[in-house]
Design a protein around this ligand. Structure first.
Ligand code: UD1
Length: 430
């Protein structure tokens, strides 16, 4: 199993190119199930989760052809992948595949819409809380689907003439359930109005792609989305949006170590709340033609309180990283997690590096310390693991992060991107 060894203390200086967004690529890939034509996606990141979804889609009959993998001058990769699902080969998404990645449950939407039925395994346990699927089931029922849970599987069936457009308001904002509603409603009979929809930029990206395929979606990016159903969707070519979580993570890394980095091929508009928090922490963040420039030269890190919220609030996916940054602040900060229960597994690992953090229900109190000291630590989930890297970059001595397969799920060539900016980060394969 791979480990990452970090020798802390170096400032970051240089350029970090941002990859395509994992959280946009996954629903976009799943959208290929909606058409018998080819959906071509550009800027697909090379990540374990993407490869896992390729296997899952293959099981449903999607033919995947990777081409145009081209290394850009700055070392970034641009991958173009063609997805073609002539016919749905299998409407079952088995436990062995779904349990490895929760987002694969989302195939339920397109399978129901195109094939009229789906048999999808419940995702099962997850390191960051129970993460139920009730919102998916209720919203698809609103479109006329019949749902039955049997032996760990959801058996879903559309009415005879197909799904029927409806008005449905989510009792709670869910990114995944909004993605699924967009896909299912696109092929339903009549109009669907989704209330309390997620407003994440990845929702907008999916809606853009579906519209390019012939869907009629308006209002994506606001809390009310209207989908006029169409009888079929065609192929399209779409570029996956930049990864805003990766962008914010590297911005926090620079704020942590000090230095001067331009983060390119990204769009600061997608992460204003997080960038504002980084500014308040003492880094200078400016917009450039290609993305953002983050600098911290000499000044210390100020304590900043944040509360996670659905977009446009502070993202839960940057909470662990921001906590990493706050461990070195000059005072006391508080981080409150409102989206997921149990998303504080990084706290104990950060404590191994000398951080002073106490937990009270959903709020962490972080008392900044003047220095962290390297230690062996363990990655527990995707975002938690990168918070340990951020802390390790600023810690004295050597930090070894084990279980880096969590990192590989969502960060493309992390050690390479950091090393190019002067960090001492090395991957070791046992
Ligand atoms: C997506 C992101 C993930 C991010 C999260 C919140 C992807 C692939 N993943 O996850 O990185 O952390 O959004 O921004 O895009 N919930 C229910 N019932 C449901 C569905 C969700 O109660 O049926 C709850 C969840 O347990 C959680 C909250 O709703 O407490 C938000 O979850 P959701 O927005 O659905 O997250 P994901 O789409 O799984």
């Amino acid at each position: 199993m791979d480990r990452i060894i970090i020798k802390g203390g170096n400032e970051l200086r240089g350029i970090i190119p941002i990859s395509g967004a994992k959280n946009a690529a996954l629903p976009l890939m799943i959208a290929s199930l909606l058409t018998s034509d080819t959906l071509t996606l550009e800027n697909v990141p090379h990540l374990a989760d993407v490869e896992q979804l390729v296997r899952i889609l293959g099981n449903h009959g999607v033919d995947v052809a990777v081409n145009g993998r081209r290394e850009n001058q700055d070392g970034s990769y641009a991958r173009t992948i063609h997805f073609t699902c002539r016919t749905i080969a299998d409407v079952t998404a088995p436990y062995e595949l779904v349990s490895k990645m929760r987002a694969s449950f989302w195939v339920i939407g397109p399978l129901l819409a195109r094939e009229g039925q789906a048999r999808v395994s419940l995702p099962g346990g997850c390191a960051i809380g129970t993460r139920p699927v009730d919102l998916f089931l209720e919203s698809l029922k609103a479109l006329g689907a019949e749902m039955e849970i049997d032996a760990g599987y959801v058996n879903a069936r559309a009415p005879k003439g197909g799904l029927v457009g409806a008005r449905y308001t989510f009792p709670k904002v869910s990114v995944g359930a909004t993605h699924v509603m967009l896909m299912a409603a696109s092929l339903a009979n009549g109009t669907t109005v989704i209330g309390n929809a997620a407003r994440e930029p990845e929702i907008v990206d999916l809606a853009k792609c579906l519209n390019a395929m012939g869907a009629k979606i308006t209002g994506a990016g606001t809390s009310t989305i209207t989908v006029e159903g169409v009888t079929s969707l065609a192929g399209a070519r779409h570029r996956v949006m930049p990864d805003r979580i990766e962008t914010g993570t590297y911005a926090m890394a620079v704020a942590m170590t000090g230095g001067d980095v331009e983060i390119t091929e990204t769009d600061p508009a997608f992460l204003e709340t997080a960038l504002e928090a980084i500014r308040r922490a003492g880094a200078e963040v400016t917009t450039t033609e290609r993305g953002i420039r983050v600098r911290r030269n000499g000044g210390g890190i100020s304590p900043v309180d944040v509360v996670t919220d659905p977009y446009p609030g502070f993202p839960t996916d940057m909470q662990a990283q921001f906590m990493g940054l706050m461990t070195r602040s000059s005072g006391v900060s508080h981080i409150t997690e409102t989206i997921f229960e149990n998303r504080f597994m990084h706290v104990q690992e950060l404590a191994r590096l000398g951080a002073k953090i106490t937990l009270n229900d959903r709020t962490a109190r972080i008392e900044g310390v003047p220095r962290l000291k390297g230690a062996p630590v363990m990655a527990t989930d995707l975002r938690a693991s990168v918070s340990l890297v951020i802390a390790g970059l600023a810690a004295e001595g050597e930090t070894t992060v084990s279980r880096v397969y969590h990192l590989d799920r969502g960060f493309e060539r992390l050690e390479e991107k950091l090393t190019r900016c002067g960090a001492q980060v090395e991957r070791v394969t046992d």
